[in-house]
Design a binder for this molecule. Structure first.
Ligand SMILES: *Cc1c(COP(=O)(O)O)cnc(C)c1O
Length: 334
């Protein structure tokens, strides 16, 4: 490797690795271990903080004074950026997809508490003009004497992938300590950076385990391409010796359901099952969908019962809190 990336220490690491024994008693199937990245921080918890340790270090190295990033109204990434930006003294501007009225809940409420400036746009306008919207905010900031740093969706780029390259090495140490070997790791995939880092990181750490990205929005081809693109950029920027074409990029896009952030009653049932057997909270946008996919695949025999599996819990609980009406509707009078 030619260049080492700058890094800030922001997350509470290492996170625990825990087996879901009670769920297995009820549900059968293989033993599932959870890598508790829902415990990386309090407000800024989840997977994004691992990436932002590198992204925000880069922003500091470039003497930025303001962060500009984007996502849905309930973006976990934007919430983590708003809180960590406040912690580090950056001004934070969020370009958000969707219109909101009335009281802000969940992640959006935390964005406001953290003092971030919100620029919300109707979904079609956001989709067609995201680059221009980000550039516009950055240019207004420059005119006001600030030095903006733009972070792409989910901090998934050649810098952010470092977060899960390192998490993969941490996971290998956890597995060593438990004395177990795994063949499969399952994670929700939304902008690809977590899957990219885990896939390359496990390979670099000498593991032959397959990483399965459970898509929560776009299709498998989109993600395979995105993961390779992030990894190629990373390899080129840091001069890493790795054959990216030889990596298995596995994406399962059959559990997206009605669309991004929209979960079926079955997903809410799975969230309830895990909360009521393990006291573990999943969310309807990412981890609940991915875990529902994992249990379905176990039932359909993709994963053998005698092979341990790791599920990476990427956080998202504030997104669950923002879906109280959807949760109630999923119960439909039950
Ligand atoms: C962003 C996010 C993901 C997806 O991670 P990507 O690196 O964007 O693919 C998964 N789970 C939660 C809770 C997230 O906030």
């Amino acid at each position: 490797m030619k260049n080492k990336p700058p890094r800030l220490s922001l997350a509470r690491l290492p996170t625990p690795l825990e087996p879901l024994n009670r769920l297995r008693e009820v549900n059968g199937g293989p033993r599932i271990w959870v890598k508790r990245d829902d415990l990386t921080e309090s407000g800024a918890h989840g997977n994004k903080i691992r990436k932002l340790e590198f992204t925000l270090a880069q922003a500091k190295a470039e003497h930025a004074t303001a962060l500009v990033t984007c996502g849905g109204l309930q973006s976990n990434h934007c919430r983590a950026t708003a809180l960590l930006g406040a912690r580090l003294g950056f001004k934070v501007h969020l370009v958000l997809r969707g219109e909101h009225s009335g009281a802000a809940a969940g992640n959006l409420m935390l964005d406001q508490l953290a003092g971030a400036t919100i620029h919300a746009h109707p979904a079609p306008h956001y989709r067609d003009n995201l680059e221009e919207l980000l550039a516009g905010v950055a240019s207004d900031l420059r005119a006001a004497g600030e030095k903006p740093f733009i972070i792409p969706t989910g901090a998934s780029d050649e810098i952010g992938v470092w977060g899960y390259i390192n998490a993969a090495a941490e996971l290998m140490e956890d597995l060593d300590a438990e004395g177990i070997d795994i063949r499969n790791v399952v994670v929700a995939t939304g902008s690809g950076g977590t899957q990219a880092g885990l896939t390359a990181g496990l390979h670099l750490a000498g593991s032959a385990a397959n990483v399965w990205g459970m898509a929560v929005c776009d299709d498998a081809d989109w993600f395979k391409n995105k993961v390779r693109q992030d990894l190629s950029g990373w390899q080129a920027r840091y001069g890493v010796d790795i054959d990216i074409d030889a990596l298995n990029i596995n994406v399962d896009d059959r559990y997206i359901g009605p669309g991004y952030a929209r979960a079926t009653p079955e997903v809410f049932d799975t969230i309830g099952l895990v909360a009521s057997t393990e006291g573990l909270v999943l969310d309807p946008v990412y981890t609940g969908k991915a875990f529902h996919g994992l249990l379905s695949e176990c039932r359909d025999g993709r994963f053998r019962d005698d092979h341990d599996i790791v599920f990476v819990h990427t956080g998202g609980s504030f997104g669950l809190m923002a879906q109280a009406p959807e949760f109630a509707a999923s119960r439909g009078g039950r």
